[in-house]
Design a binder for this molecule. Structure first.
Ligand code: FAD
Length: 499
């Protein structure tokens, strides 16, 4: 809790936030709790950016994120504001984390229960229990050694590096698998290529390629199994809705349908913003939740700085078919993966800007847990494949081809013709992701982690040029995904507060 003196000091200070993505919303809470006069400007008419919902006939869909991990980063916001999180936001832990299917008939489920999970993977994929155990232990160790430093602090301050945690991590650097690829590490550990595929898939959690990304990314399973996978009681969009509601209660002033057109600069500080309609608003602090590339290009008019952001490879994008399905499938759960036969080929295609004829499919069905998301006996399928970011491909042709391939694969594995079951459909592709959320090239997670230096190359949370300009969200440190975006707002809070 801040002192009365601090609150008095900031009471008349204005914070301007650009974008109501998850990081912009959480930044607003953190600043309002500190006592600032907070104004948030959002170009669209809705809350949440990529994390929003929509309806198609009688079906509800979460538009973007579907996997919810690290719920404590959400509930922390309510606690910071001295509120009871449960008054705003409820969620439950998943017992079955994900169902996996291969075309040869192999199936397995992964579980929250550690013993059950390890035994299922070992039994179904003929692996040694010890190898599976070791993989999860190594994942937890990577988090223990690096999690706090790399995810919770700025990497651009000497203070972050002068700690016991960093010293400990350096003495055990050989355990971090920084130098080999994720696939290389997994292929050495496991006998069965399916187990390698199962664990390689975690690279896609931040839009990366397991054949290029460092073995360090094997930290990701720990988020899902060490901390758990969850579902909000009313679906994913409840995360952004509940934080928005908290902001209203704390006095945050939201300005929807208000696109910011310019950040007003004056020597080494910024003085406020200008909206598309020409209104200038002065502020003491500006926080951009807009993609860092677009912030430089459009709001700061600094092409050279924008180009610097592009030195790092963009993360992959996604093609999503939202389908209202006139049937219920007992073998499916909330999260379902249908693996490609040739995983490397799938990533080679993505690297070349194309889509494999046999992509790995992900189906998310929230109506398995939230009854009202689909009519009785029916299901809301969020069917997604990983695709390259937008480089001007012929998307209409790629979408048509992929739709046929997806339907063929699903019909074969589920032994049911899927096409006649589709009652309604909406499609999201890299072009629409870019136009709807202003994420450059439609990347889901800003930049990829395909090199071992990726964490260091990501844009910092404070502008190197303007002392009172900050950056949050998936395109900056610590990276994309809901938990990391929430942490970016914590880092900015700390940076401002330290001053
Ligand atoms: C299909 C899909 C699936 C995903 N799956 C997962 C998942 O399962 N789990 C997970 O953790 N993450 C997932 N992600 C990633 C996750 O959604 C993002 O990392 C995260 O939501 C990005 O949040 P953000 O704070 O960067 O803001 P964004 O969601 O990118 O929102 C930015 C906001 O800023 C607004 N804006 C931009 N420019 C301006 C301007 N000039 N003026 C005013 N407003 C502006 C935009 O309208 C938008 O509302 C997925 C993303 C997508 C698209």
């Amino acid at each position: 809790m801040e002192s009365v003196y601090f609150k008095y000091m900031v009471k008349n200070k204005k914070v301007l936030i650009i974008g109501a993505g998850i990081a912009g919303l959480s930044s607003a809470i953190r600043m309002a709790v500190k006592g600032y006069d907070v104004h948030l400007f959002e170009a669209s008419d809705r809350v949440g950016g990529k994390l929003h919902q929509f309806y198609l006939d009688d079906y509800r869909f979460d538009a973007g994120p579907s996997l919810f991990t690290m719920p404590q980063y959400v509930t922390d916001l309510f606690r910071l504001a001295n509120k009871n999180p449960e008054d705003y936001f409820e969620y439950e832990k998943l017992e079955v984390v994900c169902n996996y299917f291969w075309e040869d008939g192999t199936k397995l489920s992964t579980f929250a229960d550690h013993r059950k999970n390890v035994e299922e993977i070992a039994e179904k994929l003929s692996e040694k229990i010890d190898d599976v155990e070791k993989h999860f232990k190594d994942s937890a160790l990577k988090y223990e050694l690096t999690g706090k430093t790399f995810l919770e602090y700025t990497l651009h301050s000497l203070k972050t590096w002068m700690t016991k945690d960093v010293f400990k991590a350096l003495t055990q650097i050989h355990k971090l698998d920084v130098f080999g690829t994720m696939h290389g590490v997994n292929a050495r550990r496991f006998q069965n290529p399916k187990t390698v595929q199962l664990f390689d898939r975690y690279a896609t959690y931040n839009g990366s390629n397991p054949y290029k990304a460092p073995g360090m990314l094997n930290i990701i399973p720990h988020f899902e199994y060490g901390f758990g996978a969850f579902i909000p009681k009313n679906g994913m969009s409840d995360i952004s809705q509940s934080i928005y509601q908290l902001g209203l209660d704390l006095g945050v002033k939201y300005h929807f349908n208000t696109k910011v057109d310019q950040i007003i600069k004056c020597r080494d500080t910024v003085q406020g913003i200008k909206t598309l309609s020409g209104e200038s608003i002065e502020g003491d602090i500006v926080i951009s939740n807009m993609d860092a590339y677009f912030t430089y290009l459009h709001l700061l008019d600094q092409r050279k700085e924008a180009d610097k952001v592009l030195r790092q490879e963009r993360s992959s994008s996604a093609l999503i078919f939202y389908w209202g399905i006139n049937k219920s499938f007992a073998e499916l759960d909330l999260h379902n993966i249908f693996f490609a036969n040739d995983y490397q080929h799938e990533f080679d295609c993505i690297s070349k800007g194309s889509i494999s004829d046999d992509p790995t499919l992900y189906i998310n069905i929230t109506s398995k847990y939230v009854d009202k998301d689909a009519p009785e006996g029916k299901e809301n399928w969020f069917t997604m494949i990983n695709v390259p970011y937008n480089q001007g491909q012929d998307w209409d042709q790629l979408i048509e081809q992929s739709r046929q391939n997806i339907l063929g694969k699903l019909s074969q594995i589920l032994k049911t013709e899927i096409a006649p079951l589709i009652e309604c459909e909406e499609i999201l592709d890299p072009r629409s992701i870019e136009s709807k959320t202003m994420s450059y090239t439609g990347s889901l997670y800003g930049t990829s982690s395909n090199t071992k230096w990726a964490a260091f190359a990501r844009h910092p949370n404070q502008s190197p040029q303007y002392g009172n300009l900050y950056f949050v969200g998936g395109s900056v440190h610590p990276g994309g995904g809901v938990p990391l975006c929430l942490l970016s707002s914590k880092i900015v809070d700390d940076l401002i507060h330290e001053k």
